[in-house]
Design a protein around this ligand. Structure first.
Ligand SMILES: Nc1ncnc2c1ncn2[C@@H]1O[C@H](COP(=O)(O)OP(=O)(O)OP(=O)(O)O)[C@@H](O)[C@H]1O
Ligand SMILES: [Mg+2]
Length: 302
């Protein structure tokens, strides 16, 4: 999928995904060694986006398995299309002669199976990106089923048989850590923690998304992000929330945040009642802006 670590770096950059050397090297090695990457980190830190960026950079398709509580194998692997099977039997019986054994075999072939994302991911001729998103929502039984796919790259489906991968997909597993992912899956994966970015990297990301604003604005926003994250908020802002804030300021025609803007910006900055109260403290917001100015110097965005 990639020729070198630099190739990953450039490829991801061109899709607008700005990351560090640890991530690019891990992506390169995971692609070379056919290892899944398990990504953990705060919401909005770019876990899901990394899968889409890798796909875009390599021109690959994405198969996404969105996990949720109570997800079953049918959703992930697929199921026989019973309506189609019934129709086929009716048509055959109308046509007179029917070799029941042959029909039974045909009905249990892939032609009558409607594949889910896991099965589809194994059937591409060229590697696809298989995104198993929010894996912490599933139970242990489901996780055990995934082990078969991710270790031997095959799936056993009752009546259909064993389906082996045409090519091995590039797999990204994400988790928000609501439940601890088991050790067998961890052992088979590379583990990447995505934390909030440095002010320098955040300024670059903001620059890509709000290109009309000045470098000073992007540095200022990156400084504000760092200041807010140092405030022990219940819900510190993620990259995506800083992008929202930057776009909001652009929409309002403002190129910086001043203490008087506190009230109108609160809905974007504080996402819980406790955080709102904290930012409403007397002089709280003004001192936040002061900290942000200090931190913005760290975001030298060339
Ligand atoms: N490194 C990055 N470079 C560019 N944009 C980024 C980066 N990280 C995050 N983003 C932006 O932040 C948005 C949110 O990222 P994403 O949806 O991947 O977060 P997540 O970690 O999957 O969050 P959640 O846990 O809530 O699903 C993306 O759409 C993207 O615009
Ligand atoms: Mg996500």
């Amino acid at each position: 999928m990639f020729l070198s670590v630099e190739d990953v770096q450039t490829g991801l950059f061109l899709t607008g995904y700005i990351t560090d050397q640890v991530t690019t090297t891990t992506v390169y090695l995971a692609a070379k060694l056919n290892k899944p990457i398990l990504l953990e980190g705060p919401p909005g830190s770019g876990k899901t986006e990394l899968a889409y960026a890798v796909a875009k950079a390599t021109n690959a398709e994405v198969e996404r398995l969105q996990c949720f509580e109570g997800i079953n194998e049918e959703k992930a692997i697929g199921k026989f299309d019973e309506a189609l099977q019934r129709l086929a039997v009716e048509l055959r019986s109308k046509s007179g002669q029917m070799d029941w054994e042959a029909v039974k075999e045909e009905l249990h072939s892939q032609r009558f199976f409607s594949a889910g994302p896991l099965l589809r991911a194994l059937q591409y001729k060229k590697p696809c990106v298989l995104l198993i998103d929010e894996l912490d929502k599933v139970n242990q039984a489901f996780e055990a089923m995934l082990l078969e796919v991710l270790s031997v790259w095959q799936l056993s489906v009752p009546k259909l048989g064993v389906i082996r991968a045409e090519t091995i997909p590039f797999v990204i597993l994400t988790s928000n850590e609501e439940r601890r992912i088991g050790d067998p899956l961890r052992r088979r994966s590379f583990y990447l923690r995505i934390e909030h970015p440095t002010p320098e990297r955040e300024a670059k990301i903001l620059q890509l998304r709000t290109p009309k604003q000045s470098p000073g604005f992007h540095r200022g926003m990156a400084g504000l992000a760092k200041a807010l994250r140092g405030w022990s908020l219940e819900k510190p802002p993620s990259i995506s929330e800083m992008l929202d804030l930057s776009q909001a300021l652009e929409t309002l025609g403002r190129d910086q945040i001043t203490p008087e803007m506190r009230d109108i910006l609160l809905p974007l900055l504080a996402k819980t009642e406790a955080d709102r109260k904290k930012l409403l403290l007397r002089d709280g917001f003004a001192s936040l802006i002061y900290d942000a100015r200090q931190y913005s110097a760290e975001a030298t965005n060339e």
